[in-house]
Write a new protein. Structure first.
Lengths: 202, 202, 202, 202
DNA sequence: TATGAATGAGATTTCATTCAT
DNA sequence: CATGAATGAAATCTCATTCAT
């Protein structure tokens, strides 16, 4: 159900698309290139996807959906907002690191202007944003985060920071591990948010 | 008055391109659309630019170059790293706010994957990054910023935050003023960086 | 029947190209004109040929290749250099006469300067030249041709003469038969070459 | 009047055109390239020539016209058809050798298909052909050429041979002198034409 | 379901020619 | 006469999508 490979063409095409998009960029990725990478005929693509745009959108929905579900589950098991924040950073980075091509697509290719693509992406992204904002709201409520922070802006800071760090990693030769930066990034962010940031050692 | 000395076709085309790119996205902006927006013939474009890509690149270099020069000048007049940080945020936001179309192009359209575009953009962007990192290094040296912050990561936080806030603003209907957020964003960032962030009462 | 096994788009396009090139000249032959003459879509051309130039080159290689093979085969069956020379003239003229459009393309359109076209043509043409030079060398060795003739120059005379006669024929309204001139041309050439040109009474 | 250089733009443009056509081929020679080579503005070209085609045509008429006049004059001073033939070969080759660019244009670029160009060229070329045919007719009348030769075909042989030899020279790296081949070429041709070709030793 | 040959709209770019100065 | 910036028609080629098999 989750690991889609082997036999089901839908998954095959999606995997191929991740690779091709990552290597060439959305606009330089021909449908035929995806098809041949997936080992199917050009026409077959259209049995599973409405059009090229739909591949990118589905890809995002599928992958991002899974990711958000995971984050949700893991955060539910924690109560401390600060711990949640840290976990979120860990998951964000490890997720991207696990599939570098996917990371490239999400960090670079998805920044498309096409309104249809944007709005299709909005859904899962908003959900992710909501998770972040929940942490922030909890933190404010519990008193461990500054009471004066603007939740939306703080969320922008968190996401913007994670995103920029990830983008740098993708654009670099990726000769360092993204997950090695969790600690540092966490420290930077939590200081700006948590009242008493005697940082949890470790 | 609007910025295009009439008769200066180069500028005219650049202004037109900003508008057309902002409204349609780079890949949906035909050269002929830019030409007619600029009030020139299609072929005239190619008297001033090598090709379509070159329009986008020139546009960025021109605008970003000016912006960075301005930032440099203004920061030189300040000595306090905290004050510099604040000024930088103000300039970043007011710059984007001054030309919403340009902001859209920079925040959305430019995030393409085309290697040629990316590398052309790299130069000015690195310069901007360097400015930020200088502030951070100064802050660490003078003791007003935490000594343990990683300059590169902190720069990612600053830029990522500004960038994300700006993107949200561009993607919203822009029914609020970006510059109204300077104060809040500054507070968020400085707390994560400055040791003694009894924030300058601003 | 005419040479294009229907359904074979490659051949269809080539036949169409011969006609269109002959009627309009290479530079005045739009790809779309060839496509519509061939009864295929413009894009279809590019499934079979890399670009417009490639059509002309393929056309030449295909036709010239076949022709040379035929000449080779037929000459092998003769031993007398003088007889070989005559046969070559016959074949040269009848070949061109069999497809007047092709003749036009070869005599007129192909004499372009485009270096890519030139070098692509060189191969088969050199082969043809080699055949001629072989006849001349044999003739010298067997003593029936003058021992003092320069093989390369004599080949230029043979080819130049055939070529010029053919060009005149193409440029005339073609109201006479090229093959009717075999005898006369042969007589002119052989007298310049063969020692004892009591011409074979033909 | 004849040597046009220095000051008169008409000649300047023509010289430039010879060079540019020779180096790039007619269809790859932009009018602007000719203009800049001639040191005049693009528009100036159109004060002296109707259009691009007219440059090529004028060039041919001018150069070819001069050449034919010269040949005429020189042949008039000779009476022996055989000597005339030899002189013609000498002039043909030395003329081409004197201006290699012009030679290239005449040998290669002029083989255009454009009917307008072709017919414009026809005039001077026919005149040249007529000269050759006159020699042949005289030779037949005086009995020194075979009585059975077809004047038109023999002319094709002469011109075709000279042309092909010249083309080979142009297409080679031109590391040998064309005029060194006069003797050999003459011998080849005269044997095919003259009854008693105990070749004039020299 | 799966194929992949064929389609054809559409985009970029070139360049001969014009014309206001 | 001379200029050269501007024009805009026209041509090549790409590629997402279809559909007969």
């Amino acid at each position: 159900m989750v690991g889609n490979k082997s036999g089901d063409k839908y998954g095959l095409i999606l995997e191929a698309a991740v690779k091709v998009f990552a290597e060439n960029g959305y606009h330089n990725s021909q449908v035929s290139k995806i098809a041949s990478e997936a080992g199917v005929a050009d026409g077959t693509i259209y049995l599973y996807f409405q059009n090229k745009k739909d591949i990118l959108i589905s890809l995002f929905r599928e992958k991002m959906g899974n990711f958000i579900e995971q984050v949700k589950r893991e955060l539910e098991e924690l109560s401390d907002p600060v711990a949640k924040l840290k976990r979120l950073i860990e998951l964000h980075f490890s997720h991207l690191e696990a599939d570098k091509n996917l990371a490239t697509v999400i960090q670079i290719q998805l920044r498309q202007s096409d309104p249809e693509i944007r709005s299709a992406i909005t859904g899962p992204l908003k959900e992710y944003f909501r998770l972040m904002e929940e942490i922030l709201a909890e933190g404010k409520a519990s008193g461990c985060f500054y009471p004066d922070i603007d939740v939306r802006l703080a969320r922008s800071m968190i996401f913007g920071t994670l995103d920029e760090v990830a983008t740098c990693w993708v654009l670099s030769r990726r000769d360092y591990r993204l997950s090695d930066q969790v600690e540092e990034v966490f420290r930077l962010l939590v200081r700006g948010l948590a009242v008493n940031s005697k940082l949890p050692s470790g």
